[in-house]
Write a protein that binds this ligand. Sequence first.
Ligand code: CUV
Ligand code: SF4
Length: 656
Amino acid sequence: MEIKKKTEKEEVPVKDFTTCDATAQMITKGRREGVETAFDRAANMKACPIGADSACCKHCFMGPCRLNSKDPYGKVGVCGATIDTIMARNFARAIASGGAAHTDHGMGMVDLFREVVNGKIKDYEIKDVQKLEAVAQSIGIETEGRSVKEIATDLYKELERTYTQVEGEIPFAKRVPPKTLENWRKHGIVPRGAMREIMEMMHRTHMGVDQDYANITKQCSRTALADGWGGSMVATEISDILFGTPSPISIEVNMGVLKEDHVNIIIHGHEPNMFESMIASVHERTLIEAAKAAGAKGINLAGMCCSGAEVLVRHGIPHAGNFMSTEAVLITGAVDAMAVDVQCIKQGLVKVAECYNTPLITTNPRCRIEGATHVEFNDHDPKACTDEIVIKAITRFKNRKAKIEIPKNVNVGVHGFSHEYINYMLGGTFRGSYTPLNDNIINGRIRGVAGVVGCTNPRVKQDWVHVELVKELIKNDVLVLQTGCSQIALAKAGLTTPEAAHLAGPGLKEVCETVGMPPVLGIGSCVDNSRILIAASEMVRTGGLGDSIADLPVAGCAPEYMSEKAICIGQYFVASGVYTVFGVTFPIVEGTKFHKHLFEELETMGFGKWGFAVDPHEIARLMINHIDKKRKALGLDKGRERVLMDMQDRRAIDAA
Ligand code: CUV
Ligand code: SF4
């Protein structure tokens, strides 16, 4: 009986799950050893079709109400809510949740900054004074002749408003290109503090409040902008000030960074402070000696997901893989501890870790997981936690029982292109500016710029959509900026090296070869998507490409997204003026008014708009068409000379 049952259920071939060879090798090992991952669970659990279309509501207990996405206007909820109201409210709550994740993280960074500035925390310090001054100046804080402490104190007071301010505009609204900001003001969506916006969003989506999809969308934009130009941007800036602004560095990526003869520790999550402390702990002489006494050659630290993506560039720490590889990496049997903080940490890790006798350690009071070990991290005494994690890892190394198999895959890439570095790289030390980038866009060598970001998702073949899409974009002379798990997919495919320029179209290839840069620029974690907003603002300010972000020949995409944070990021890019395409699935019924609002009407209101496609080549086509449309509107489709036109020239062309 039992045998029959086993053969009855056909297993999905591993090659359908992922194009990451290391992950595939580990899923296969896991299958041999009876270990299940999210890939198997996704294959065995069909997504609920009503939920996938967002055609259900459980915002009150007269429901839950299910509408029919085949006949969206045939029925309403018990309260009378229409399909547009229901979908808009669900969308809005995803934005509130995603924005809360980023802004709560950002507020944590601001809390840390305050304690460092007032001297209560001594394990961290202000590492990048130049950045401190630049950020302060960008919001009008006087820096001339003042001490670091004075500037930092003012900056703290100012940036805290990003979260708490109850009226007026958040501080970084000052960085928004004037015409973009003017449009936000016109539509009443310049954000106040994130707490206020998220609270209002939750209120408005309560039963019986906002029941006008267009009005809900306004608050979606305002809440999302409080993240993009608020909580996330502050998180990035403060992290740079405290831990250093990234500049390009060659790093190793993929599961082959694990070392069989070392104590291996993986950090997975989102907050740089725990990771920074862990770096200090693994360099502790006594702990290295303890590891050696246990028979190891040393301690090997690697990051995963966004923690990894953010820290790899500051310290050259290797990266073991993206979101869909976190269970797989445990199957190597070589991980002696996995320490996590917040966000994107699958509960399924507990069971896999258990199978391989790997301690899974939660560190943040916000994120405990049943069955995991909790060692709380405290900014006032960070080493207490991270030293203990190292000790636990050494103990596990000594008692290794699991069969170890480490995939040999290691890829080397160059990452860490902060907005500051892009400025420097293209312009040189003495004339650091975006002029050369704009210049190359205007002369057509670079067709446009794309941000390709976001998660991996077991509903699509891991990494495949990211890699195919980016290849297609660079082949068409589109320069690609990357964050998060997407960046790691491309690094594993070898596209973050200067040598990858040979895959680019002739114009982009020439630029890459001249500057010595890859055609795909990794710039950090999802929180660092704010760096893309700054880069876009600089492009507008530099001139020749229109006077708002919506005028730029740029597009964004999250082709394998899975998190609510991604929806929030998408909405802040759209509200900032960027055409943003999502893959996998889109939680809205096609042919409805709300769909039309997001996918068409927002653009006519001076914003960007949403797009959706599953196939990477179709996504590329949508993005390139949009870039070409913007080039045409700027008069750049007529084979311009290699000159930087000023606004007047351009208007003359437009008028012609
Ligand atoms: Ni914050 S949100 S899976 S780790 S990018 Fe990776 Fe990135 Fe998505 Fe999560
Ligand atoms: Fe149903 Fe309306 Fe209640 Fe939603 S708010 S569950 S649509 S009755």
